[in-house]
Each structure stands twice: as structure tokens, then as C-alpha cells.
Design a protein around this ligand. Structure first.
Ligand SMILES: [Zn+2]
Ligand SMILES: [Zn+2]
Ligand SMILES: [Zn+2]
Length: 161
């Protein structure tokens, strides 16, 4: 799979995250405005991401297959990348293999991921801003908070050491 991380910087800065409260109609318009049709398959993939919350491509594929058998895994991957480019969904890197996708309608959050038990703690944007806002500010840097993952060990796993 080609990594999409090289394109995320551009797409996340052009997409205004403060106006993501897009209605059904507005994302349909955005898709059309970019020259893409809202196919039933794309609609299914988008609905699956919004339903799942944290959605790996495999999980999206499983969810979509419940509703349609006429879609394969590579189509799911391509569709996720397209929807991500268009700002209709976002992704973070929680697992090693593939990005984890999120609805653009959900609250922006970063992730603390335990390397050992794979437990994922979601941390809201305000909390992340409080933690690293000064650091970023001193470099005149604007973080993409929703793309941020901190890997380490959770409390249980540290205690077990
Ligand atoms: Zn990325
Ligand atoms: Zn998340
Ligand atoms: Zn753990």
C-alpha cells in the first residue's frame, strides 16, 4: 500500500477543521465539486467509517460487506484514500499496518497507544493543546492534533513490568 502520509500535510491544512460540521448535502456537494460522483460504494464506505468510530480498512471492509457483496478490499482502500483527500474523513496512525479512519464529523482527538496491549486512549484537542500548545507556539508551528499518536505503555502494562 502506498503511504498517504506525504499528502496529509497539504490536505489537512487546506481543509478547515473548524467548519467540519458538514451536513449530508454539503459533503455530497464537495464530492461533486471535486469531480467525483457519489457512488453507492463510496456512500457505503463513508457510512461505515461514521458508524465504526475507529475504522481500519479491514473493519470498514467487513462492515461494508454486510450491506453489499459487490465491493472488494482494494476498492475500500482506494475509496478511503479518496474520502480522506477530500476531507470527508480523517486518519491517524494507531496500528502499524494501515491508517485508522475517523469521521470528519466526530470530535478531533489524538491517541495514546499502548505498544504492549494495544489499548488506545483518546485525548481531546483541548487537552492536547494544553500539553503541547506552548511547545508548538515557540516554533510558530500549528499541529495537526487529530493526526497525532503517542506510543508507549499504559498504566497496567507499566505496573506489570
Ligand atoms: Zn497520516
Ligand atoms: Zn480516534
Ligand atoms: Zn497496555
Amino acid at each position: 500500500m502506498v503511504s498517504t502520509s506525504s499528502t496529509t500535510g497539504d490536505s489537512s491544512t487546506t481543509g478547515d477543521s473548524s467548519t467540519t460540521g458538514g451536513s449530508f448535502a454539503s459533503w455530497q456537494e464537495r464530492l461533486r465539486a471535486s469531480g467525483h460522483r457519489l457512488t453507492p460504494q463510496r456512500e457505503l464506505v463513508l457510512a461505515a467509517v461514521e458508524h465504526l468510530g475507529h475504522a481500519t480498512p479491514d473493519a470498514v471492509y467487513a462492515e461494508v460487506r454486510v450491506h453489499s457483496s459487490a465491493i472488494n478490499l482494494s476498492t475500500v482502500y482506494r475509496t478511503l484514500e479518496l474520502l480522506d483527500e477530500l476531507g470527508l474523513i480523517h486518519h491517524a496512525h494507531i496500528e502499524d499496518r494501515a491508517p485508522t479512519y475517523h469521521s470528519a464529523l466526530g470530535h478531533e482527538h489524538a491517541h495514546l497507544v499502548c505498544r504492549r496491549c494495544r489499548n488506545v486512549i483518546s485525548v481531546g484537542r483541548e487537552e492536547m493543546e494544553a500539553a503541547i500548545g506552548d511547545l508548538a507556539g515557540s516554533h510558530s508551528f500549528t499541529p495537526d492534533y487529530g493526526h497525532l499518536t503517542v506510543f508507549g505503555l499504559c498504566q497496567d502494562c507499566v505496573s506489570a513490568e
